[in-house]
Design a protein around this ligand. Structure first.
Ligand SMILES: Nc1ncnc2c1ncn2[C@@H]1O[C@H](COP(=O)(O)OP(=O)(O)O)[C@@H](O)[C@H]1O
Ligand SMILES: [Mg+2]
Length: 596
């Protein structure tokens, strides 16, 4: 038989002959440099391959070798804290490698297979292990227990098992005999094809919030554990900043952060900042719960297409251990552009704006892998997906934004006008929505207070009233408005500046506990109610809108600490009450005098 050889090279897309009998989706090693690729189609004996590495220097006639397995990731201890490229190769090691080593097939490396891990074996000979059952425990970081699982496709009786001890990933710690009598030797890792969803026992109803410490999200547009959300916004509206904030502060157990096709220096920011950050919940370095996948704009485009799947497969693996995982992809638009570029080189029929016709189904497949589940080992785990979308020119009516909108339940739109006036996070509070508000209501009611969402609704109404009034003001000026409506404008300003705007760069403001968010909301509500009763007493607005008092409320986000804050809120609420009580008392006394 003819050996497979390259016949055509078109950027990351390579055609090879002699490939009859090869399977679509199998991983192949391409050319003398042993580049990693994936078969995307086979027609007669010609296969089309997308190559995950730079194809420069590759020549027609060079050989192709199939690995006979689909593009897969290696799942075992050593993933957390690591930085991978789009096909799970550790970036640091790649940079440190010599050219010689690359010839030996750099494509096959992923996590460290030599490192010894303290392994606690949890099963004994004679036990029957089901698919996905946990058989060992490894302390992966100071607070993440890595639960080593039987691969989801295997089950059987333990016929041999090592005692607890120090093992590396390649150690055969366990031997299973399945019901057909077939023997399976299990190590501390297994591999899994990235394009195949890992199975779960059951999908469950979403009911718990993903608390982010970002007020506009937690209170107004909550995310949920197991939920899907999109973060669309034009250039400079704060998508990356918001994703970073979520990666830093959200109350997930594990974070998978995919830097996908954005500028390399943004990933450098992550690499510089994250190792220094401390998790407010555990007091431990945030990198001890974080996995970074970097496929920046200067890296091969096909690996960018794969990076999304690599990331979500890793997320599923940790979910299967019973963790709550949040995955951020910045940006899914760059991923869609990679799809488009490859599709173009394949000469597929383009659909809307040159994207392939399968764009919607690919987007759906990605978001579908989110969810709150009962795992094969009967634990609760979840994957929350937060995808940044960067529509060209900030125009949301383009295919990637529109299709994403169809498949996510929370749509957090970033607005260039808000970004322009430095209202950050520039979340458009009029057009954004979260379908999770009603699902997490019970949690908020029980853990914070039923008043939280009640106040939220009241403030939402205030904001839409404010928007309507502002249109009138633009036409005819503020003077025509009655005082109660002018007060709406003033309180909305306080809400926007003092609550919705949140400075990611400020030590206190960057992250705010949900209970404190509620206290802040109550202060603003108090200010509204008291000042409103003063309006009803016909008191002049200039007195009601006391600049010092209003300013103190706006500045509470910078001045009230994130711990032991109750006393500060009590003082501030008392001050508001005393100010308006005095004002109203004075007004009443004056009226009595006038009447006399
Ligand atoms: N929450 C925030 N707090 C303070 N500044 C912010 C915030 N969000 C965005 N910014 C500002 O906006 C700039 C652009 O944000 P970035 O996330 O890079 O935008 P995008 O990724 O949408 O292009 C940041 O460099 C920062 O100065
Ligand atoms: Mg960005």
């Amino acid at each position: 038989m003819q050996r497979p050889k390259i016949v055509d090279i078109n950027g990351p897309v390579v055609k090879a002959c002699g490939m009859s009998g090869y399977k679509v989706r199998d991983m192949v090693v391409v050319g003398e440099k042993k580049l990693i690729g994936e078969i995307i189609s086979v027609f007669e004996d010609i296969a089309t391959i997308q190559v995950y590495e730079e194809t420069q220097g590759l020549k027609v006639g060079e050989e192709i070798i199939s690995t006979n397995v689909p593009l897969s990731v290696t799942l075992g201890p050593g993933i957390i804290g690591n930085i991978f490229d789009g096909i799970q190769r550790p970036l640091e090691q790649i940079y440190n490698m010599t050219g010689d080593f690359i010839n030996e097939g750099i494509g096959l490396i992923s996590i460290d297979k030599e490192k010894l891990w303290d392994t606690e074996i949890l099963v004994k000979q004679g036990d029957f292990l089901n698919e996905g059952e946990i058989f060992a425990k490894v302390k992966e970081t100071s607070f993440i227990d890595h639960k080593v699982m039987v691969p989801p496709t295997i089950s059987g009786e333990v016929i041999d098992v090592l005692p607890s001890g120090k093992y590396n990933l390649e150690t055969k710690v366990l031997t299973l005999k399945d019901e057909d009598g077939k023997i399976h030797e299990l190590k501390l890792y297994h591999t899994w094809p990235v394009r195949v969803q890992r199975p779960v026992k059951k999908r469950m109803q979403i009911s718990k919030p993903l608390i982010t410490g970002q007020r506009v999200l937690d209170v107004f547009f909550p995310l949920a554990k197991g939920g899907t959300s999109a973060l669309p916004g034009g250039f400079g509206t704060g998508k990356t900043m918001t994703q970073h904030q979520l990666a830093k502060w959200s109350d997930a157990d594990i974070i998978v952060y995919i830097g996908c096709g954005e500028r390399g220096n943004e990933m450098t920011d992550v690499l510089e900042q994250f190792p220094k950050l401390i998790d407010p919940r555990t007091g431990k370095p945030l990198m001890e719960r974080t996995v970074l996948i970097a496929n920046t704009s200067n890296m091969p485009v096909a690996a960018r297409e794969a990076s999304i799947y690599t990331g979500i497969t890793i997320a599923e693996y940790y979910r299967d251990m019973g963790y709550h995982v949040a995955i951020m992809a910045d940006s899914t638009s760059r991923w869609a552009e990679a799809l488009r570029e490859i599709s173009g080189r394949l000469e597929e029929m383009p659909a809307e704006e040159g994207y392939p016709a399968y764009l919607p189904s690919r987007i759906a497949q990605f978001y579908e892998r989110a969810g709150y589940v009962k795992t094969l080992s009967n634990k609760e785990g979840s994957i929350t997906v937060i995808g940044a979308v960067s529509p060209p020119g900030g125009d949301f009516s383009e295919p990637v934004t529109e299709n994403t909108k169809r498949f996510v339940s929370a749509f957090i739109g970033l607005d260039k006008n808000l970004a322009y006036i430095r209202h950050y996070p520039a979340v458009n509070y009029l057009t954004s929505y979260s379908g999770y508000t009603s699902l997490i209501k019970e949690y908020y009611d029980e853990n914070i207070s039923p008043d939280l969402l009640r106040l939220r609704d009241k403030m939402m109404k205030l904001l839409s009233e404010d928007a309507k009034l502002n249109q009138i003001v633009q036409l005819v000026g503020e003077d025509v408005l009655p005082n109660d409506q002018r007060l709406v404008l003033e309180i909305a300003k306080v809400l926007k500046k003092g609550f919705l705007q949140q400075n990611a760069m400020h030590k206190i403001d960057s992250y705010v506990p949900l209970k404190k968010q509620f206290e802040m909301l109550k202060v603003i509500n108090n200010l509204y109610d008291y000042s409103n009763s003063a309006v009803k007493e016909q008191i002049a607005l200039i007195k009601i809108k006391n600049d010092d008092l209003f300013e103190e409320v706006i500045k509470m986000k910078y001045n009230i600490p994130n711990e032991d804050y109750i006393q500060y809120f009590e003082k501030l609420n008392l001050k508001i009450k005393q100010y308006y009580d005095a004002l109203i008392k004075e007004a009443k006394e004056n009226r009595v005098i006038e009447n006399e």
